[in-house]
Ligand binder design. Structure first.
Ligand code: GLN
Length: 210
């Protein structure tokens, strides 16, 4: 069984390489014909407005929404998190999203490019050491519904760059890695570091029954 990586835009290659390094077979997903037979799907980082547009023009949005609602396990990072959230603030009015995890996310909520930053994130369920996390124009989780498991929050420790994010509302305790059923989302980019634990967790999710 294969894991699909949405390959319309964004850091598709990075996700595919991480999954391949874990021994998984990957398939780039560009059209509805690429969906059958998948046991998991990755929505990469990129630009959620562009991804939304391309999902529509490729005819993929509705069939993918159906597959995800049907229980296909999914990992969304950054723009992928935006596509999976139920509520998007500061999106384009015509931007569509799948609404599969009960989160309110604010696009670019930590600030824009200059407010990108890195910091280690403690994830209790993944053990020590903390997971290195890269935030690039990341979505800010403003609200997580009761059904959402918050696996990690933003720490108060050192970070490189992006000091501006506190003024924008992101602060200690802001959720950055969340799960609801078969949906796993990260505001950061686990595919841009050498730590494989977030992808490993996702691969495990794809192996359990819906
Ligand atoms: N800001 C982007 C968006 O709104 C997400 C950035 C990213 O994926 N690195 O989609």
């Amino acid at each position: 069984m294969t894991i699909g990586v949405l390959a319309l835009q964004g850091d598709v290659r990075e996700h595919s390489e991480v999954l391949a390094s874990l021994g998984e077979v990957c398939r780039p997903v560009r059209t509805p014909d690429d969906l059958p037979g998948l046991r998991g799907m990755v929505l990469p980082g990129g630009e959620s407005t562009t991804l939304s547009m391309l999902l529509e023009s490729s005819g993929l949005f509705d069939p993918l929404a159906g597959a995800l609602r049907g229980g296909l396990a999914v990992l969304g990072t950054c723009a992928g998190m935006i596509l999976l959230a139920t509520r998007v603030v500061d999106g384009r009015p015509d931007q569509r999203h799948f609404g599969l995890i009960d989160l309110t996310v604010r696009r670019n909520g930590y600030g824009r490019q200059e407010a990108s930053f890195e910091c280690p994130i403690a994830v209790a369920s993944l053990g020590d050491p903390p997971v290195p996390a890269v935030f690039i124009r990341a979505p800010l989780v403003e609200e997580a519904g009761p059904g959402v498991e918050v696996l990690a929050t933003l720490p108060s420790g050192p970070r490189v760059g992006g000091e501006d994010h506190r003024r924008r509302g992101g602060g200690d305790g802001t959720p950055v890695l969340c799960r609801q059923g078969r949906v796993l989302v990260a505001a950061f980019h686990p595919e841009l570091t050498t730590d494989r634990r977030v992808h490993r967790l996702f691969v495990e999710m794809t192996k359990t029954e819906a």
